[in-house]
Structure formats: structure tokens, C-alpha cells
Design a protein around this ligand. Structure first.
Ligand code: NAD
Length: 477
């Protein structure tokens, strides 16, 4: 018998959604039958439909925000920001579609025209993570639909309720039912979807471990587009800066925002040795003031729980493991309620540990590393296979220039958090953070392929070199 999927509110443990995993064959078949008609429509029709989707989300803004807050545990104010981002994506992807994959015409030889136009891939599988259960998939579904693909969307098994509401909003807006299909399920369903011969591409967002597995599964299928948006072990470097209190705000936003469950969250705080004690003192003061509470609590919390008890258990074990390696806890990871996944922000000094693990601890744990030169700071920043985001606080313009040139990451910021800047900017990483198909404003690139054509109304041809002369001796017989 197929096991039911269930989603619980992390903050309360209440059951929020239950249902059966979807039928991969049936969903792919319906999506495959639908995309040619959708792709044959003028692109302006598809854009109009997606504008209606933005309006549908606007009309349900509060309900969707409330659901995201309940299902992920993130504060309601933050869930509202996620929903505004979903709405903003529609106009952004409409304009970047034309910029990145718009039609181009050029004059060719012999009065011919040359054109570059784009075609959709066909059926696209979108596989999403739990931490931004509406915004991240919307950032792939919207451009995929504009380009003329159909989509089979598998949300995270931890956030199916948000996935289901998002789907309903696409369908309410008039996206044909077979053009967008909802496939609830866990890793096994994801695996079947990736391996299904009817799909033409996979747009994946999640951990590096899963992304690499998907990449391997599709290694023998170069004809399928695979865009992987994965995690990070992101460095935040603090160098000479006069205002340690402001630096502490940026560090706290980077490391503990969304309870550390952001792909771009700072994981490693690399600090000039002479500043480290001052920074730690500011961080201790600020961490003590951070409110960790239910998403709907009043006063509003800075952060909610992590996604579930299993994740909280794993993070607590990881913190103990860092201590076991010789890490010195500066602010302990605490779990006030044993049966709920609320975690307090933690800070651990890992300077004296020689073999620091290069892993993404997806929660509110920040590792401090003290260094004595700017070159060592850059070496530390690059001591990872990941390469999603990095930031420098302080330093001179020349040092920022060096940081920007030498640090390997897809997002590099100065005097701001490690997060991406949103809008039409590309969003993605290098190393095991991504496979060079950034999302954000560049998402159109992986939703369609270019077709180059040379075109003339009449056939015209001649061969000037390499032919024997025409034999005219028999002419006129
Ligand atoms: P995850 O890798 O555990 O799961 C992601 C999705 O993959 C889920 O829908 C899951 O069911 C599915 N899945 C799992 N195994 C699969 C398999 N073998 N085949 C196909 N699908 C499979 O990730 P998560 O825990 O849901 O999300 C957190 C991770 O996502 C973090 O690593 C975070 O950094 C990353 N993330 C990256 C970005 C980005 O844009 N780079 C954005 C958000 C989150």
C-alpha cells in the first residue's frame, strides 16, 4: 500500500496536510500531451496568463503567507516577503525572457535573412526545496511556462501544502491544467520523475548531495537540460571596519536569518584576529536579544523553528561533533523544548581545528575562524568545494577588489549580507553549489534552446569553384 505524505507545522506539531504521492507516469503523460499547443500560442498570451497568476497570488497574499509560515515555521513577516517576491517574479521573468532569449534578426549573404529564435524543451520537471517553498519553484516554473514548456512540479515532501496552493493559483489564473501538473512525493517520487523518459529537463533546487545524484542519473542523457541550484558553505570575512556593532547586524542577518535555512546563509565567519574579541562581544549582545518564537507570535520573532525535529536533532549532533573536534563554543546551541525544533543561534570558534569539515550545516550555527592576514582570509574563504555566496565587511576598496577577484562564488558582496540581491540579477553558484545554470534573471537561458536559421523566400544557389566546365557539345542536338 502506498504510504501517505503528511506535513506538520514545525512550531506546534499540528498536522497541516496529508495526501498520497502523485502518479509519475500519469503526470508526465498529461504534461507531454499539452506542451505543443501551449508552445504554439503567441508568447504574449502566455505572458498575459502569468500576469493573471500574479493577480491570483495578490488576491490570496495573506492566505499563502500564513500557510508558508505555518508549514516552514518562518516568521509571518518573512513569509509575506516571500509572497511579494513570487508576485514580483512575473514582471521580472517577462522582461528577462525578451532580453535573454528574445528573437534576433540579421542580414545574411545573398539577400537571405538570419534569425535566432528559441524553442521550449518540452516537459520540464521542477523539483523544489522546503526553505522557500513558493518563491524558489516559482522562479523556475514562471520562466519555464513563458518559454512554452509544460511543467511537472514536485515540491519538497516537507512543504506539500504550499506546493498545492501554488499549483491551484497557476491553474486558477488560466494555465491549462495539463500544462502544469502537481506531483506530491518524496525522494523516491523525485527519482522516478528524473528517470522518466518523457521529461526533457530537470530544474532542481536542493542540497548538493541530491543535486549530484540527479546529475549522475542523467549523465547518459546529454539531451536533457539539467539546472542545479544547490547549497553553500558560505564565508563572511570581517576586516578593518570602524563600526563593529553594524558588522554584528550584518553577521546575524547572514547567519541566522530564516533560522540559518538559506542556501546563501553565512556558515563561516573569518575575522582578522585583532578584531575577533570585539566582534564576538558584539555578537553575544545581539544574539541574546534575538527572539526565537512561533511564526505568528507577538512581538514578532527574528526567527522561528527549523523545519522538523529530525533536522534539529541532526544540527544538535553536528554542533557536538564540532566541539568533539576541538571547536570552542562561544554561544551554545540550545533547544528549549525537547519535542519541538526551536534552536537558538549558536557560535563556535573553530580556529584551532586543523581539519574543519567542508559541509553545509543548514541551521543557525556559525563557525568562527580567526586569521592574521588578508591573504589567509581569502585562502580560508576558498577552503570549500562549494561556491554560492561570500561577503566582505570592511577592508579597503583595493582589498575588496582582491576579494572579488580571488574568491570563488556566484554572489560576492561588500559591506552587506551574504544573500543574493534579487531582481533581475542571476542567482547561482560554482563548485558544488551549481552547474553553471544560474536562476534569477538568467533562468530564461535554461528554459529554451536557441535555433539559428538562414532564411530566403526563394532557393538561390550557385557553385563557383571546383566544378568541371559545363559540357556544351551536345547542346542543341
Ligand atoms: P534536498 O536535497 O533534501 O531535497 C530537495 C528536493 O529533492 C526535495 O523535493 C526532495 O524530495 C527531492 N529529492 C531528494 N532526493 C532525490 C532524488 N534522489 N532524486 C530526485 N529528487 C530527490 O534539499 P532540502 O533539504 O529540501 O533543501 C535544502 C537545501 O536546498 C539546502 O542545501 C539549500 O542550500 C538548498 N537550496 C539551494 C537554493 C539555491 O538557489 N541554490 C535555494 C534554496 C535551497
Amino acid at each position: 500500500m502506498t504510504e501517505k505524505l503528511q506535513s506538520y507545522e514545525p512550531a506546534t506539531g499540528a498536522l497541516l496536510w496529508e495526501g498520497l504521492p502523485g502518479d509519475v507516469d500519469a503526470e508526465v503523460e498529461r504534461a507531454a500531451s499539452a506542451w505543443p499547443l501551449w508552445a504554439a500560442q503567441p508568447v504574449t498570451n502566455r505572458m498575459e496568463t502569468l500576469r493573471r497568476f500574479a493577480n491570483a497570488v495578490r488576491a490570496k497574499e495573506e492566505a499563502l503567507s500564513d500557510l508558508i509560515a505555518r508549514e516552514t515555521g518562518k516568521p509571518l513577516w518573512e513569509a509575506r516577503m516571500e509572497v511579494s517576491s513570487v508576485i514580483g517574479r512575473v514582471d521580472m521573468h517577462i522582461s528577462t525572457y525578451s532580453e535573454r532569449t528574445g528573437q534576433k534578426r540579421m542580414d545574411g549573404a545573398m539577400n537571405s535573412r538570419q534569425s535566432v529564435r528559441h524553442k521550449p524543451h518540452g516537459v520540464i520537471a521542477v523539483i523544489g526545496p522546503y526553505n522557500f517553498p513558493a518563491d524558489v519553484p516559482a522562479g523556475q516554473i514562471i520562466p519555464a511556462l513563458i518559454a512554452g514548456n509544460s511543467v511537472v512540479f514536485k515540491p519538497s515532501e516537507k512543504t506539500p501544502a504550499t506546493g498545492a496552493l501554488l499549483m491551484a493559483l497557476f491553474q486558477d489564473a488560466g494555465v491549462p491544467r495539463d500544462v502544469i501538473r502537481f506531483l506530491p512525493g518524496g525522494p523516491e517520487t523525485g527519482k522516478q520523475l528524473v528517470k522518466h523518459e518523457g521529461i526533457n529537463g530537470v530544474l532542481f533546487t536542493g542540497s548538493a548531495r541530491t543535486g549530484i545524484t540527479i546529475n549522475r542519473m542523467l549523465g547518459a542523457y546529454p539531451e536533457k537540460i539539467v539546472a542545479l541550484e544547490m547549497g553553500g558553505n558560505n564565508p563572511l570575512v570581517v576586516w578593518d571596519t570602524p563600526d563593529l556593532a553594524t558588522a554584528a547586524f550584518i553577521i546575524v542577518q547572514s547567519a541566522y536569518g530564516t533560522s540559518g535555512q538559506r542556501c546563501t546563509a553565512a556558515r563561516r565567519l573569518i575575522v582578522k584576529d585583532s578584531l575577533a574579541n570585539g566582534i564576538v562581544a558584539e555578537l553575544r549582545k545581539l544574539i541574546a536579544r534575538l527572539i526565537v518564537d512561533h511564526p505568528h507570535a507577538d512581538p514578532a520573532p527574528f526567527m522561528g523553528p527549523v523545519i522538523d525535529n529530525e533536522t534539529a536533532d541532526g544540527l544538535s549532533e553536528s554542533f557536538m561533533a564540532l566541539m568533539g573536534m576541538g571547536g570552542r563554543p562561544l554561544v551554545h546551541l540550545k533547544r528549549p523544548q525537547e519535542d519541538r525544533p526551536f534552536l537558538s543561534p549558536a557560535l563556535i570558534d573553530m580556529t584551532s581545528v586543523d581539519e574543519r569539515p567542508d559541509i553545509e550545516l543548514f541551521g543557525p550555527i556559525l563557525q568562527l575562524i580567526r586569521v592574521d592576514s588578508f591573504d589567509s582570509a581569502i585562502r580560508e574563504a576558498n577552503a570549500t568545494r562549494y561556491g554560492l555566496s561570500a561577503a566582505l565587511i570592511g577592508g579597503s576598496p583595493e582589498q575588496y577588489d582582491q576579494f572579488w577577484r580571488q574568491v570563488r562564488a556566484g554572489i560576492i558582496n561588500w559591506n552587506g549580507p551574504t544573500f543574493g540581491i534579487g531582481g533581475a540579477a542571476p542567482f547561482g553558484g560554482v563548485g558544488v553549489s551549481g552547474n553553471h545554470h544560474p536562476a534569477g534573471g538568467y533562468a530564461a537561458d535554461f528554459c529554451a534552446y536557441p535555433v539559428t536559421s538562414s532564411e530566403a523566400e526563394q532557393p538561390r544557389a550557385t557553385i563557383g569553384i571546383g566544378l568541371t566546365p559545363v559540357d556544351t557539345s551536345s547542346m542543341g542536338d
